[in-house]
Write a protein that binds this ligand. Structure first.
Ligand code: ARG
Length: 566
């Protein structure tokens, strides 16, 4: 039943349909399920709001509002109390009837959206910032899919360009005796070494060598160099795939920078003939100073192509090939200017789909200085980072369960570690800079991934111990306050998923998951389930099962797996 609509209709009848009706949802049940504040009517009625509340309540009480059992004036508010038996039964049966997925029914749209995210480069480390971007992209994809949207998950990996040239140069010059290793950290370390060597390059001689390699790499004419690039590129890509698997992500489409290099050059040249770009000191640039966006360089003086020009090609490719209705780039806010320049240039080119492109920025991830194995987040490897969190998770698990077997420990620790990492990043406002704190994110009692998993596992364990079939068609009666609270919270799930979609913000789902788990733990704390008398036990078990169902889906939208036992 749409209680809100019924109340609004009744109010607008009494008020003569003029004002827009805004209802509040009091957090405290005592104040009813919906409240109508009368402040704004004071002007029209020339009376104080409390008086207005009294008079309107009287009028409302003369007719019945469907689903509403009480209408109470309270100071300047009118509180509406809905029929709890109706409400709770509706919520529970809705949850059980769509056990597998709660998709908003009205939104089976045919909309097709491409979300480009993660975009880790080959020949470099996958760092903590990549974890945030990857978790966000995956969660957004799930949130949209839940709204019935067809999502294409796209990755755009930097497998060529200056950073790759640096790697190849460093390998050939300083590490050639080493055999190529199928090892993420070996690859990443050579890049770090390249950066170090180039930092000491006072005459610029070394950079010249790198530039030469970059040109050769781009022309793809040097067979030996090409071979080395191919092999090392593959090693990198394979390492990245392993990471994606651990992070519960799969891509539908892979774009690579090397595929848009040539066209990038062509576009840059074309833009010169159209007077959008110009040659300046041999380089090809677009002057966007008038628009407050500085100068955007497309080609270097030696003709090699930059990240910028490649993105022009990519933007168009996405629409040409995949006919998407929207193209979202989940990229760190460090690149804000880049995307402004990109979109402005596309606009100048009269690219027809520019309005459908969106840069969704996310903030930096920092690691607390001295607390983790790397001083800065920049070069810390995913694998090392993960190992450290997994080890810590193991200690925490053993504190609670000293007899746990090694295999089970390993399995649980990885799920908990990934949940801790992802949740600590997703619960934050996407634009906020975050400091990842290992201890905090793995605290089993705070607003953390482990706390949520623990709540879920607790519910599972209750169900398991009950050893009876849960009655999914149960009719709930005579509920206690905290039971009603929990069920009402369960009933908010759909709205929360819509909100998360509207704002493209997974933190809405994260915070909801936390509040939901809190309501559950409160319920569990106050009322016995397994030891209650039979009828109440059945009823409470159904509530526990409904909680499990919704929390699992809610965490699923964050890309977080649950554990049945913890
Ligand atoms: N690989 C790039 C980097 O590491 C990010 C790519 C973002 N996407 C894009 N279309 N420019 O900075």
């Amino acid at each position: 039943m749409d209680y809100e609509k019924n109340i609004k209709e009744a109010l607008s009848k009494v008020l003569g349909k003029k004002e827009e009706i805004l209802l509040e949802k009091p957090k405290n049940l005592e104040f009813g399920d919906y409240a109508f504040p009368c402040f704004s009517l004071a002007g029209t009625y020339k009376k104080n709001p409390s008086q207005i509340a009294l008079e309107i309540s009287e009028k409302l009480n003369k007719t019945k509002i469907k689903g509403v059992s009480k209408i109470n004036p309270a100071g300047p508010y009118i509180n509406f109390i809905v029929n709890k038996e109706n409400l709770t039964n509706e919520i529970i049966s809705e949850i059980f009837s769509k056990k597998t997925k709660i998709v908003s029914k009205n939104k089976k749209s045919k909309e097709k959206v491409m979300i480009e995210f993660s975009q880790a480069n080959t020949h470099k480390a996958f760092h903590v910032g990549h974890i945030r971007g990857t978790s966000m992209g995956e969660s957004l994809a799930r949130i949209m899919e839940n709204q019935g949207i067809a999502v294409i998950r796209a990755n755009y990996q930097g497998d060529t360009g200056m950073h790759v040239a640096k790697w190849l140069w460093c390998y050939l010059k300083y590490h050639k005796k080493e055999k190529l290793k199928n090892d993420e950290s070996w690859i990443a370390n050579i890049y770090v070494d390249a950066v170090k060597k180039l930092a000491g390059d006072e005459t610029g001689e070394l950079q010249k060598e790198v530039n030469e390699i970059n040109l050769k790499l781009e022309s793809k004419k040097d067979k030996k160099l090409n071979e080395l690039w191919k092999k090392t590129r593959l090693i990198s890509l394979q390492a990245l795939e392993k990471i994606y698997k651990e992070l519960n992500t799969k891509f539908n489409v892979y774009f690579f920078e090397n595929q848009v290099e040539k066209e990038g050059k062509d576009i840059a040249k074309m833009l010169v003939t159209k007077n959008i770009a110009k040659i300046d000191d041999k380089a090809t640039i677009i002057d966007l100073k008038e628009q407050g966006l500085g100068v955007w360089i497309l080609l270097r003086g030696d003709g090699s192509v930059l990240y910028s020009a490649k993105d022009l090609v990519l933007a168009m490719k996405k629409f040409e090939k995949y006919k998407v209705d929207k193209s979202i780039y989940v990229v760190a806010d460090e690149q804000k200017l880049h995307f402004q320049q990109l979109f402005k240039t596309l606009e100048l080119m009269k690219f027809k789909d520019i309005k459908k492109c969106k840069h969704l920025e996310f903030g930096l991830v920092r690691l607390p200085e001295g607390k983790m194995s790397s001083r800065t987040g920049d070069n810390i490897l995913y694998s090392n980072f993960k190992k450290e969190i997994v080890e810590y998770a193991k200690e925490e698990i053993k504190k609670r369960d000293s007899k746990i077997g090694e295999k089970e420990l390993e399995k649980r620790a990885i799920v908990i570690a990934i949940a801790a990492i992802k949740y600590s990043m997703l619960k934050q406002d996407p634009q906020k800079v975050i400091v990842f704190d290992k201890e905090e994110s793995l605290n089993f009692e705070g607003n953390t991934g482990p706390y949520l998993l623990y709540s879920y596992a607790r519910a599972s364990s209750i169900i398991k111990k009950a050893k009876i079939k849960i009655n999914l068609k149960i009719k709930l009666e005579k509920l206690e306050d905290k039971e009603i609270n929990l069920i009402k919270k369960l009933g908010e799930f759909k709205e929360v998923t819509e909100q998360a979609y509207k704002n493209l913000d997974p933190s809405t789902i994260a915070n909801y998951s936390f509040e939901l788990s809190q309501s559950f733990n409160e319920f569990y704390h106050f009322y016995p389930v397994l030891t209650a008398e039979d009828k109440i036990k059945q009823q409470r078990l159904a509530i526990v099962e409904a909680f499990r169902t919704v929390l699992k889906q809610s965490l699923g939208l964050l890309g977080i797996d649950v554990l049945e036992e913890m």
